[in-house]
Design a binder for this molecule. Structure first.
Ligand code: DSN
Length: 433
């Protein structure tokens, strides 16, 4: 039988109670409200963010946060784990079902933690691995010199082809044959195109490497069956749960049965201590939400919106690298319009459009200036916007970036912001009652 969520007067005992917070700490309570205003008041186009459901947020703000549960369901190092065992088991089974995986570990605190576990399971310090380099679209944890992954291992980076701006598969193969890495990674933070997982699988088999996919960015599209899944091809797939997937800010991994024990040991006790049980509960909720037909429609809409946004920006002279996108994100090269990524981000921000500067492949600028911006459609699609609104958003981005200013009082900032306000009023985040 389904039990109703406790009445508001009881919520202090069961979960979140905003009035209690206001009484104890009005300063923090105020930030919660102003952040909600910020989310509602602008266009959220950061490709790695989304607007998770009240159900997910409720699980996060629950008493499960109190419980220590080092270990795994049925084999913990603490008493009193009967209830959290249930929720972790639900999360594991739902993750396996959602992705058709043999094994799931839902304890990583983040995508970076899940990635650490992969290194912990398969490499020793000094070992060689191959991954996309950060300036080409990879991720810090894929071997950047400022990350543990680049400091403790011999990271070989591959990039994109200068002409197509898509992954340079010839280079990947050459580097794999030359360096014989123990681990090969596909995935990154600024890859607008689909990845050929079969190519990577065959190459990994040829050189005797483990094949790892960091699917943080696109796992929500996989869950919604809107793009092909890496799971049948990879030894291990790591991901975050808060991007297109729309769950809590956290991480997880799925893998083959063969590597389950090694990866479980690498997550705990090698890399982490006590799991965050409230977040694991929120992941369980998220995996249930992501298995619905409604979520599959959402994932397809995210891509349709993203393709329209990229096409409309191209028409307006803002060039998407690779000529477009197959996913939720576009990487826009601003060199043709003579604006840096840093200036574009500030101008957009002043106009109520939240996006991020981003290095483009072969970028002549420093990373904190950059020649590009990255835009994504997960949040605006959650708000119910469609292709018509994407045409409008493209026009607003182009105007803010080319004619606007970082000063919110500049006439262009004000004019664009008024149109953004109109749009987000018609398609609100967290609609009121
Ligand atoms: N930093 C995240 C992103 O924005 O893509 C990835 O970890």
């Amino acid at each position: 039988m389904t039990r109703e969520f406790p009445m508001p007067s009881d919520q202090t005992f069961y979960g979140s109670d905003f009035e209690a917070l206001q009484g104890v700490d009005p300063d923090v309570a105020e930030v919660l409200l102003t952040e909600l205003d910020r989310i509602r008041g602008g266009l959220q186009l950061i490709a790695s963010e989304n607007i998770s459901s009240p159900a997910v947020l409720t699980a996060l703000g629950s008493t499960l946060s109190n419980k220590y549960a080092e270990g795994y369901p049925g084999r913990r190092y603490y008493g009193g784990c009967s209830e959290v065992d249930k929720v972790e088991t639900l999360a594991i089974e739902r993750a396996k079902d959602l992705f058709g995986a043999e094994h799931a570990n839902v304890q990583p605190h983040s995508g970076a933690s899940a990635n650490q576990a992969v290194y912990g399971a398969f490499l020793k310090p000094g070992d060689t691995f191959l991954a996309m380099s950060l300036p080409m679209g990879g991720h810090l944890t894929h071997g950047s010199k400022v990350s543990f992954s680049g400091k403790w291992f011999n990271a070989i980076g591959y990039g994109v082809d200068k002409q197509t701006e898509d992954i340079d598969y010839d280079q990947v193969a050459e580097l794999a044959r030359e360096h014989r890495p123990k681990l090969i990674c596909a995935g990154g933070s600024a890859i607008p195109r689909l990845i050929d997982f079969e190519f990577f699988r065959n190459l990994a088999d040829e050189v005797g490497a483990i094949f790892w996919v960091d699917a943080a960015h696109f796992i929500g599209l996989v869950a919604g069956k809107a793009i092909p899944s890496p799971v049948p091809h990879a030894d291990v797939v790591t991901f975050t749960t808060h991007k297109v997937l729309r769950g809590p800010r956290s991480g997880a991994l799925v893998c083959t049965a063969e590597h389950a024990a090694a990866l479980d040991k690498a997550v705990f006790p090698m890399m982490q201590g006590g799991p965050q049980m409230h977040t694991i509960a929120a992941k369980a909720v998220n995996f249930k939400e992501a298995a619905t037909a409604e979520f599959a429609r959402y994932a397809a809409d995210v891509i349709a919106n993203s393709k329209q946004l990229a096409a409309s920006l191209l028409e307006l002279g803002v060039r998407p690298t690779t000529g477009g996108t197959d996913t939720h994100l576009s990487l826009l090269d601003l060199q043709g319009i003579g604006v840096t990524g840093r200036d574009a981000e500030a101008r957009a921000d002043a106009a109520g459009i939240v996006l991020n500067k981003n290095a483009i492949p072969f970028d002549p600028q420093k990373p904190n200036v950059a020649s590009g911006i990255r835009v994504g459609t997960p949040s605006v699609t959650t708000q119910g916007m469609g292709v018509e609104q994407m045409r409008q958003i493209a026009a607003l981005i182009a105007r803010a970036v080319t004619e606007g200013d970082a000063d919110p009082d500049h006439p262009v900032s004000k004019e664009v912001r008024a149109q953004v306000t109109d749009l987000v009023t018609r398609f609100p985040a967290y609609p009121r009652g």
